[in-house]
Design a binder for this molecule. Structure first.
Ligand code: NAD
Length: 370
């Protein structure tokens, strides 16, 4: 039987509550679908600091490196606001991204029909929206050197960040975008600022060459990133896959995300390069939201972002595409039936807690196999 190894890192705040709902789905898939998941657990964030004095222990890092995929809940909270910077809760997530070499961040923006009215845009602009933003995650201006504040000695200081990209970094993120587009509607829009940035000129050239060399069956368009931001709120459904750098991707994916309503709905995946021997990619799946300390422990958090992150894991780490589709359909069906957590509550719907939402999704998921 296939063995699939998962490391669960629920983290802090609502992380463990949301992860509990994914555990139910894993248990069902193992017991009744023979999925063969073996799960291990670890600590990350504030809870890891309390236990080990670090945002993630070396032991848990080893487990993450050995697992086929990592499922991450959320980290942080006021309890750890004053801990030293190097061991703050977020350092655990940054360490995972760095050591697993997760260079591709995938943020889908899907608008479930039942939630179209919750968007800040008109329902007809977002209903049925399904776009995927592929953001370069380990390069660009967040990491480029020099990165410093220098004293100019005349009462002035100078803050410096450096936007830097090498050919291989652009090639590999473009490759991920083109490959994903082939599994979707086969279109990629690359966004940069080639009109004012040298790194944008190179980005444009390398994406164009990568396309010509290996992916000419995919439709490629280029857009300046500022125009892209405008088009995302004007007519978001024109896009399929958007590929962009770390900085623009950070902003554009947040814009795209909010088209779909609540933070509690948004999944994400971060992927590394395929292992040359096994072809497997290191991967981490996490909801976009944080630890939501204001509602933690109350049993009212929306588990959909976490469950949809697991659906991405089924699709991208285990190639269980049909199961991923069914899980996403189950989420859509539950929303259609009028069941809602507090964050997405609307008139005429029935408000439920975290566990009840998870149970409803599991029940709908099981029906797909009946
Ligand atoms: P947040 O995402 O935790 O919460 C923002 C608001 O959205 C809150 O009102 C919260 O109740 C609500 N919300 C978020 N997720 C929800 C869900 N699943 N269901 C219902 N409501 C939900 O962001 P924040 O308040 O800015 O940050 C809280 C803590 O989380 C901070 O310590 C921050 O550093 C951390 N954080 C962690 C991550 C991560 O782990 N990846 C991401 C962002 C923030």
């Amino acid at each position: 039987m296939t063995t699939r190894t998962l490391l669960l890192l629920p983290g802090d705040g609502i992380g463990p509550e949301a992860m509990a709902e994914v555990r139910k789905i894993i248990a069902y898939m193992n017991a009744e679908r023979g999925a063969g998941f073996t799960t291990d657990e670890g600590l990350v964030g504030g809870c890891a600091y309390d236990a080990h004095g670090a945002a993630i222990s070396e032991g848990d890092m080893e487990k993450a490196l050995a697992a086929d995929a990592v499922l991450f809940g959320a980290v942080g909270g006021p309890k750890w606001d004053a801990v030293p910077y190097e061991v703050r809760p977020e350092a655990g997530l940054l360490r995972l991204r760095k050591d697993l070499k997760l260079f591709a961040n995938l943020r889908p923006a899907i608008c479930y029909p039942a939630l179209a009215s919750a968007s800040s845009l008109k329902p007809e602009l977002v209903e049925g929206l399904d776009i995927l933003i592929v953001r370069e995650l380990t390069g660009g201006v967040y990491f480029g050197e020099p990165k410093e504040i220098i004293d100019l000695g005349n009462g002035q200081k100078r803050g410096i960040d450096t936007q830097v990209y090498d050919t291989y970094e652009i090639e590999r993120i473009a490759g991920v975008a083109f490959e994903l587009a082939r599994t979707r509607r086969n279109r990629v829009c690359s966004m940069e600022k080639r009109n004012v940035m040298k790194s944008g000129v190179l980005w444009n050239q390398v994406v164009t060459e990568t396309h010509k060399r290996s992916y000419s069956d995919v439709q490629l368009d280029h857009m300046l990133a500022d125009a892209g931001g405008m088009q995302l709120v004007r007519a978001p459904k024109q896009f399929d896959v958007i590929v962009t750098d770390n900085l623009f991707g950070d902003m554009l994916s947040d814009v795209a995300a909010m088209l779909t309503g609540s933070l509690g709905m948004l999944p994400s995946a971060s992927l590394g390069a395929p292992d040359p021997k096994t072809g497997k990619r290191k991967a981490l799946y996490e909801p976009v939201h944080g630890s939501a300390p204001d509602i933690a422990g109350k049993g009212i958090a929306n588990p959909i972002a976490m469950i949809a992150s697991f659906a991405m894991c089924l699709r991208y780490s285990f190639n269980l595409v049909e199961d991923a589709d069914r899980l996403e359909q189950a989420i859509a069906e539950v929303l259609d039936s009028g069941i809602r957590t507090g964050d997405i509550m609307a008139e005429g719907c029935r408000q439920v807690g975290t566990a009840e939402m998870g149970d409803a999704i599991l029940t709908a998921f099981r029906k797909h196999y009946a």
